[in-house]
Design a protein around this ligand. Sequence first.
Ligand code: GMT
Length: 378
Amino acid sequence: MNIAIVCYPTFGGSGVVATELGLALSKKGHYIHFITYNLPVRLEALRDPNINFHEVNVPDYPLFKYQPYELALSSRLVDVVKSYQIDILHVHYAIPHAYAAYMAKKMLIDMGIQIPIVTTLHGTDITLVGSHPFYRPAVAFSINHSDRVTAVSESLKEDTLRLFEIKKNIHVIPNFIDIEKIKSEGKPCERSLLASKEEKILSHISNFRPLKRILDVIAIFEGVLPKVKSKLMMIGEGPDKQKAIQYVKEKGLEGKVLFLGNSNEIEKILCYSDLFLLPSEKESFGLSALEAMAHGVPVISSNAGGISEVNIQGKTGYLSEIGDTTDMIKNALKLLKDEKLHKTFKKQAQTQAEIFSIDKIVGKYESIYVNAVESIQY
Ligand code: GMT
C-alpha cells in the first residue's frame, strides 16, 4: 500500500509512535510518505527507499497573526495523494491533522479521488487541548468524519466518549515497542560514566510540560537520596525545565540531578537505569514507561489515564495517586533496597513489555487500513 502518515516531528510520544509505525510498515513492503513540517526526529537518515518525507512549508506573511498551518498541510496532502497514488491517509494527533485531512479529502473528491482517513488519538489532543471549548466542535467534527478512529488505550477511548459526542466506533490499538531491536543491541552499559558503582540510577524522560509534574520527579528523588545513594537523570526539554533546574540549585542537588537534554539514544540511559519515574497528571498511555520496562526498568508512576494498562501494580512497578510523592518514595525505596525484589520486577517488566511488541501491533493497523480502503470503494 501507499500510506501517507501525518504527525508531529518532535520528541513527543505521538511523533515517535507514528515514525516507528512507518518504519515497521516499510519493512513489510509498504511505501510510506511522512508529511510534516520537519524530518521526524526518529527518522534520522532517510536510507530506506520505501520511505519518503514531504515537508510542509508555511510562508510567513505579516498580515497574519497566526500562520495558517492547516491550510498549507491540507494543500500538501492533496499534492502528495495525487502525485504518489496514496491509498490511505493516517493522521496522528487529531489537532489539526484530522481537520486538515478532512479538507484534503473533500478537495480530492472534487478531483475524482477517494481517500480514506484513519485518525489516531494520542492523549492531549483529547484530554487537554482538544476538549477546550475553543477547539471542541472542530475536533469532534474531524473525529466523526474520519473513516476509522483509533485510540492508544482503553482509558483514552473512554475519555474521548466522555468528552465528545462521538458517533464513530473507536478501535483501541495500544502503543508498541521494538523488543527485538532492544534485545539485539545488548551492548554493555557504560554505567560508570554517570554514577559510581554503589549509586543507583533513577531516570525520567518527558517533554517537561506541567502535566508531567517534574517537580514531583525531583521530590521523589529527594526522598530516596538520604536512604539510598543515587543519581537522577532528567532527559528531555520543555517549559518546566528552568523551574526544575532552579529547584535543584536551591536544594543543593547539583551533581546528583543531571539534565541531559533531548536524546535519540534513550536506550543508553535506560540500560543502566534502576528505576523509571513517571508521576504525570495526565497520560493516555505512557510510552516512555513502556520503553523503560522493555529495558527491564521497573516504573514508579501515578495512576493517571492509561498508565495502569502498561505499568502493573506490584508486578512491573508501583502506581500511586497523582501528587502522592510520599507513597512514590516509599515504593521506590522498597524496590531499591531489596535486590531480590528489584530483580523480579525487572524480569516482570520485560515480560509485560512483550505484550506490546511491535510485531503484535502493526498488523492491527494494516487491518484497519484494508478495512477503510474497502469501505470507501462502495
Ligand atoms: O506526553 C506528551 O505530552 C506527548 C504526547 C504526544 O502526543 O506526543 O503524548 C501522548 O501520546 C503518547 C503516544 O501515544 C502517549 O504515550 C502519552 O501518554 C500521551 N501523553 C498524554 O496523554 C499526556
